[in-house]
Write a protein that binds this ligand. Structure first.
Ligand code: SAM
Length: 184
């Protein structure tokens, strides 16, 4: 478990448990590329971000570690326009703004909801969505609440949904896992 970002440590444990070598994963918010790099160490990865800077940083990080990934400057609302070799086993959303970047360029409640709804249709029958939320800022708080409410309505015969939050730290990051009920 990562001591200073336990929600990410938890998320990575879920990713490791699900993914196998031949799988495809979409990192829907590649940012500085840390998650993309981690995922590229397990299987094939496609990374999306709306910022050139994020795509560049991810490219540099992958190159430095001699890993491969297909990166696109694309909003995750257009996730359904990607030409994919097969259905992704996992789609990862690490929400919020680019660390050390422009804080006004952040994921937004409406567009994130649009993307995760598309993501559920796109993902493989035994696949999952992984979402980490950052309620430390106003839009992040709204986004977390909306996602939690949306995820709670998903039919339990199709999806198993888990929500993790450090409950004595209300503004701490949270983690939502939406896995196929076929795996339970
Ligand atoms: N996963 C990243 C990492 O490991 O470094 C951190 C991601 S950062 C918290 C969130 C990213 O989401 C930012 O880089 C931001 O540009 C991106 N973003 C915001 N809105 C987006 C959208 N509609 N589609 C894709 N990426 C978006």
């Amino acid at each position: 478990m990562e001591i200073f970002s336990p929600h990410l440590g938890l998320a990575k444990n879920y990713w490791k448990g699900l993914l196998k070598k031949g799988d495809l994963v979409i990192d829907a918010t590649c940012g500085n590329g840390h998650d993309t790099l981690y995922l590229a160490g397990i299987c094939s990865v496609i990374g999306l971000d709306i910022q050139d800077r994020a795509i560049r940083n991810t490219e540099i990080l992958l190159k430095k570690h001699q890993k491969k990934g297909a990166l696109y400057r694309l909003s995750h609302t257009d996730i359904d326009t990607l030409l994919l070799p097969h259905a992704p086993r996992l789609i990862v959303y690490n929400l919020g703004y680019l660390p050390q970047g422009d804080k006004s360029i952040t994921t937004r409640t409406e567009t994130t909801l649009e993307s995760v709804t598309k993501g559920l249709k796109l993902v493989a029958p035994t696949g999952a969505l992984s979402i980490t939320c950052y309620p430390g800022h106003e839009e992040g708080q709204r986004e977390e609440k909306a996602l939690e409410e949306w995820a709670a309505t998903l039919p339990s015969h199709q999806w198993s949904v888990c929500y993790h939050k450090w409950i004595n730290r209300p503004r701490s990051p949270s983690f939502i896992w939406i896995g196929s009920a076929l795996q339970m």
